[in-house]
Design a protein around this ligand. Structure first.
Ligand code: DUC
Ligand code: ZN
Ligand code: ZN
Length: 465
């Protein structure tokens, strides 16, 4: 019996576009997996993709759903956030465990799994959060890596999360040994505290001062320190949300010295700037996120770094807070504004429209940075991020002609504003499949809560990258 027989469904007539090739081909699906990529396939069900691209389901490697900070919680939970992700073409999310210093890692994993399982509408994985370097934390890492938690976030700032140099050294040694990829938030905690206090003492309390409280040097200093520590112990690492030329130079120097270091940026650093924090009234609070928004020059630097492969990944750092009831807590001080902005639904359309549509990225670079590289680096490839025989049939049928004016009202993210309100994007997902099942049809979610599954990430020999 030919392997092409007994397909469950065929996506026909599209241009299949992966990280390294474009093919006029049909995609045959069996048992939720890609079973064939070839012309003239036939099956009992067909989905017509004429005039559309067929992309691998996109992978967002950095989101914060249902995340408590003090007594408030980010406004999208695992259901609403994953519905929004799906509508924007993302079929795999990577969120984080929310451990604090001194807490058992396994307990953090269980708590997060309980929040997500049964609610999440696309597939997901979890980065561990390493908030201390205790013997218990270090000893749990290899077991958890084998259980599918093959990456971990380390912080150099935030109360209850930031690590000192001794802890970073111990953790980088452990992640190296367990083949866990450390994703590091690089900002100098003491410098932020000092600059913030200086600004507030001068009465500079408005959102426009947030970027001045954590300028590029604050980010680059921490990145340089982590680079030095990683070099000392020979640990590969990954820079979370890189925003500026200074940090990119740190990464370039580290690579010149032989380090394996990967880096991600986010759509807001490519498309928004510190000027948005200075919008009239309190509106700038919508753009208070960390690391802070930068200059237009930095935007150009980041676009170029994406195109020439210096930045491997575009993630969202989706962390939405209601403007009216949560951001407003910082009316008297930018330091009290919850940090973060929504973006889980708009990443792919923005990168397609502003990247590919404006000629700043090729289609392959777009697929590579938004799907394939995040899947590969975080141990999900080729199950995710690819259209290969045996990959999960996570497919995005993408209409390059569809235009949409972005707005909070038109989107599915559960939050009362859109940072890109009024911006027109050209090109949008029409149909989205998760493991062979249609979950978005003509732009609307048709899946169900709990349809998404936890995907175990595989630790891999990063030193051979
Ligand atoms: N910064 C972070 O580091 N995490 C969530 C949101 C933000 O702005
Ligand atoms: Zn971060
Ligand atoms: Zn984050």
């Amino acid at each position: 019996m030919s392997t092409l027989e007994h397909l469950d469904c065929v996506v026909k007539n599209g241009t299949v576009m992966t990280a390294d090739q474009a093919m006029l081909a049909d995609v045959g699906i069996r048992d939720g997996k890609v079973a064939a990529v070839a012309p003239n396939l036939h099956g009992p069900r067909t989905i017509d993709a004429l005039g559309c691209y067929v992309f691998p389901g996109f992978v967002d490697a950095h989101v914060h759903l249902d995340m408590a900070v003090g007594d408030i919680v980010s406004s999208d939970d695992f259901f609403t956030g994953s519905v929004a992700a799906a509508c924007g073409g993302t079929t795999t999310l990577i969120d984080f465990t929310c451990n604090f210093r001194g807490e058992d890692l396994g307990t953090g994993v269980e708590r997060r799994r309980a929040q997500a399982d049964g609610r999440v509408a696309v597939d997901y994985a979890l980065h561990l959060t390493l908030a201390d370097a205790s013997e218990r934390t270090l000893s749990q890492l290899s077991r958890l890596a084998l259980d599918g938690y093959a990456s971990a976030k380390l912080y150099t700032t935030y109360q209850g999360l930031h690590l000192d140099d001794d802890e970073i050294l111990r953790l980088l040694t452990a992640t190296r040994d367990c083949q866990v990829l450390p994703m590091v938030h690089t900002e100098n905690h003491a410098a932020i505290a000092y600059l913030t206090q200086q600004l507030l003492a001068q009465g500079k309390t408005a959102p426009r001062y947030h970027p001045q409280s954590r300028p590029p040097l604050v980010e680059a200093e921490a990145a340089q320190r982590v680079a030095a520590l990683a070099e000392l112990v020979g640990a590969p690492w990954y820079v979370a949300h890189l925003t500026c030329r200074e940090t990119l130079q740190v990464v370039q120097r580290a690579r010149d010295r032989g380090q394996i270091v990967f880096a991600e940026t986010c759509p807001h650093y490519l498309l928004l700037s510190a000027e948005d924090c200075a919008r009239p009234g309190f509106e700038g609070a919508k753009f208070v996120l960390s690391p802070a928004l930068r200059s237009h020059v930095d935007q150009d630097v980041l676009w170029e770094a994406l195109a020439d492969g210096q930045l491997q990944v575009v993630s969202t750092d989706h962390c939405p807070w209601y403007y009216e009831t949560q951001k407003v807590r910082g009316r008297d001080s930018f330091a009290q504004i919850p940090n973060g902005a929504p973006g889980i639904e708009t990443r792919v359309p923005l990168l397609f429209s502003e990247g590919v549509g404006s000629g700043r990225l090729s289609l392959q670079q777009f697929v590579r940075t938004c799907a394939t590289q995040p899947a590969r680096l975080f141990g999900l490839y080729p199950r995710k991020g690819a259209i290969e025989i045996g990959s999960d049939a996570d497919l995005v049928i993408y209409d390059p002609q569809k235009r949409l004016t972005l707005s909070a009202q038109a989107l599915h993210q559960r939050v009362d504003y859109c940072p890109y309100e009024g911006r027109v994007v050209q090109g949008y997902p029409r149909t989205v499949l998760l493991r062979g099942e249609v979950i978005v049809q003509d732009g609307e979610f048709v899946g169900r809560p709990g349809q998404g599954e936890f995907v175990a990430a595989r630790p891999w020999p990063i030193s051979e990258a």
